[in-house]
Design a protein around this ligand. Structure first.
Ligand code: EPU
Length: 338
């Protein structure tokens, strides 16, 4: 197979900076290359699709074929009365793509500024931040089935988006490589300003009606203040999902902890803030070996130098056990262990 490499170090290809070696590694730079290799049956067997490496934790060497998505390209697809459709290839850097849409005067993705990772990875966990989820701007995606080379189009309904979730984390996991994503940016743009951090940011500056670029800049500033930059300190963003509990459990929890941040969901369930729960257990700023709970945002675990996947798992396990013992709430890990 053209371009196939053996024993490739993945240390720099995961934002947590964990040591791992891929048994076999193929950089995917064109759709034709991908389809040809898949049709020839060369991509069958154990494999891992790697984007920006910002949402996975390597527990050891990867005894699989690692497909590193390097498909590039972005374009305005169509403009109609309601929306502008824009597309980007799976290997495009997410934040660069967001800024490019703003440069084209196409608002709609600004709340998702500075999220690490690639465009092709965004739908897998339905990235979200500051009051917006990617699903709200999604039109469809194109993917290649790795066992056969068949092209398949997924509508929003096909993707079954949920909170940090999609079909690509469930029954379609590992089967497809997302080659292109098309977004629908509404022509009649409405700023999404409900999130407390954004309201505070603009309130302090006396800005009543920020434009999309100002919102993007605000999100960047807020993220930089709270979240560690993977270029400086290895991390994978939020390490746990915010737990969603049913109405009865929420009522009991809030009676005991009336000051806990919580967000009512449309179906009556309640989302709790994992960062708050972890913070209250005293983990914020504390370390276990070379992995620490970030001092400014307890939901983020950081590599303080030389950590392995086992070290990450050890701290995550201790934190989840403490949260369960103290609050009776189960935490679910957000990035994937490999
Ligand atoms: N909080 C604490 N202590 C902490 C951290 C948070 O008390 O150490 C409290 C905060 O004061 C706030 C609440 O918990 O009242 C929620 O915190 P924050 O607004 O910082 O957001 P989050 O729930 O911790 C989620 C996403 C982030 C996203 C932000 C902003 C998840 C798992 N995380 O974090 O996404 O950037 O909201 O929208 O949903 C990611 O997925 O990697 C990620 C960074």
């Amino acid at each position: 197979m053209n371009g196939l490499q053996q024993r490739v170090a993945l240390d720099r290809l995961n934002t947590f900076g964990l040591p791992a070696t891929a048994a076999r590694y193929l950089r995917i730079t064109s759709l034709a290359q991908l389809v040809e290799a898949a049709r020839a049956g060369q991509l069958r067997g154990p494999r891992l699709v790697l984007g920006g490496g910002s949402n996975l934790i390597f527990l050891g060497d990867v005894d699989r074929l690692v497909l590193h998505v390097a498909l590039r390209g972005r374009e305005i697809v169509a403009v109609d009365d309601d929306a502008t459709r824009v597309a980007a290839a799976g290997g495009e850097h997410w934040h660069d793509f967001v800024r490019w849409t703003l440069d084209q005067n196409l608002p709609g993705l600004e709340n998702l500024s500075l999220i690490p990772g690639t465009v092709g990875a965004a739908p897998i966990q339905n990235i979200g931040a500051y009051g917006l989820e990617m699903a709200e701007r999604f039109e469809h995606l194109e993917a290649v089935e790795l066992d056969t080379g068949a092209s398949r189009r997924f509508s929003a309904a096909d993707c079954r988006f949920g909170y940090r979730d999609s079909v690509f984390k469930g029954e379609a996991a590992g089967r497809y490589l997302i080659t292109r994503v098309v977004f629908r940016l509404p022509r009649r743009w409405q700023p999404v300003l409900g999130y407390a951090d954004l309201q505070r940011h603009f309130g302090e500056r006396g800005i009543a009606a920020p434009d999309a670029r100002q919102i993007s800049d605000a999100v960047i500033a807020i993220r930089r203040a709270k979240l560690p930059d993977p270029a400086e300190c290895g991390n994978a963003g939020s390490f746990f999902k915010n737990p969603v509990v049913d109405a009865a459990a929420a009522q009991a929890f809030l009676a005991a902890h009336p000051d806990a941040p919580h967000y009512a969901q449309p179906d009556g369930s309640v989302k709790l803030a994992a960062g708050w729960l972890i913070d209250r257990c005293g983990w914020k700023g504390r370390a276990l070996g070379p992995v620490a709970c970030h001092a400014r945002q307890a939901l983020v675990l950081v590599n303080t130098g030389g950590a392995t996947g086992a070290d990450v798992q050890a701290l995550a396990g201790r934190i989840a056990a403490d949260v369960r013992a103290r609050f009776g709430v189960a935490l679910e890990v957000e990035p994937g262990y490999v």
